[in-house]
Design a binder for this molecule. Structure first.
Ligand code: SF4
Length: 295
């Protein structure tokens, strides 16, 4: 059996940067508190906790004078104001791609546009984008929802970084015929698009795809959808022990991909567990192996 690991699987630039910032701050200043788990991966959150990075659900849970960390998803201006009012040190790891969405939404709102945010309604990133319009923007979780919205004359669209380009184009197609002016900020992040394309290409090549990552991770769930849409049987798991041998035992080639918040060790553990099911002679091919074969 061959186990192919997708290029770009695992931590993206934004998550790596946030983890580095948190680890450095914890070692220099003592315990830091992230507002919500730093990444959508239980195992990684536990490992970080042991290193002094503690998730807190609310600002009130953070001890006075401790460092408060804003995670990659970002936060609304009211959160920054509350931290400042309490006089607590701030560590801001908002991903620069998310900041781009904040800036676009805020600018459109100030210029008088009706702002639509294409994104998951419950996701903190979408809610943070809305907060940067003073709560005026409307979240559209599916382009079809736009059909039921009252639209003004001047409309602008911003999207959650993990959205698919097809979704954004579909929203544009639905809104454009109904308005005089439509402005669109393509705030989908490159890391997401690259991971999605690599996973889709992998899924069409293999017999089964295993997607590794937190069940709460929007970008991991999206990867699982994309892989499944290719018609290749696809399973989303968090850890190697959730792997059902029946999924892969008859496969010649198994693809493994992972969301932006999945640690390298978790990906490796899943690939090794699959290879063990395949038995002697199974091999794991990493993106660097594949690149050197092609060179
Ligand atoms: S997926 Fe993109 S936007 Fe989200 S943290 Fe990673 S690099 Fe930033």
């Amino acid at each position: 059996m061959k186990v192919l690991i997708a290029p770009n699987a695992g931590f993206c630039f934004g998550v790596r940067r946030a983890i580095d910032m948190a680890q450095r701050a914890a070692s220099e200043r003592g315990r830091v508190y992230s507002l919500g788990p730093l990444i959508h991966n239980r195992q990684a959150v536990e490992a970080l906790r042991e290193q002094g990075v503690e998730p807190a659900d609310e600002l009130d849970e953070v001890p006075p004078s401790s460092t408060v960390m804003i995670r990659t998803h970002g936060a609304g201006p009211e959160v920054y104001a509350a931290i400042q009012e309490r006089g607590q040190p701030l560590l801001d790891s908002t991903c620069p791609f998310v900041m781009r969405a904040h800036t676009a939404a805020s600018r459109f709102h100030q210029e008088g546009y009706q702002v639509l945010v294409l994104g998951d309604r419950e996701h903190p990133e979408s809610q943070g984008i809305v907060a940067h319009t003073g709560g005026a923007a409307t979240i559209v979780s599916d382009p079809i929802e736009a059909d039921g919205l009252r639209l003004g004359v001047h409309v602008a669209v911003v999207c959650q970084t993990t959205q698919r380009l097809e979704n954004l184009l579909s929203l544009v197609n639905r809104v454009l015929p109904r308005v005089q002016e439509l402005r669109v900020a393509n705030t989908i992040c490159d890391a997401t698009a690259q991971r999605q394309h690599a996973s889709e290409s992998l899924a069409v090549e293999v017999d089964v795809t295993i997607v590794v990552g937190g069940y709460h991770s929007a970008n991991t769930r999206r990867l699982a959808e994309i892989c499944a849409e290719t018609g290749t049987p696809t399973h989303h798991i968090e850890t190697a022990d959730e792997l059902d041998p029946a999924w892969v035992s008859d496969a010649g080639v198994v693809g493994v991909t992972a969301g932006a918040s999945t640690p390298d060790e978790a990906i490796r553990a899943v690939a090794e567990a699959i290879a063990a099911i395949g038995g002697p002679g199974s091999e794991i091919v990493t993106p660097s192996d594949a690149a050197s074969e092609e060179a």
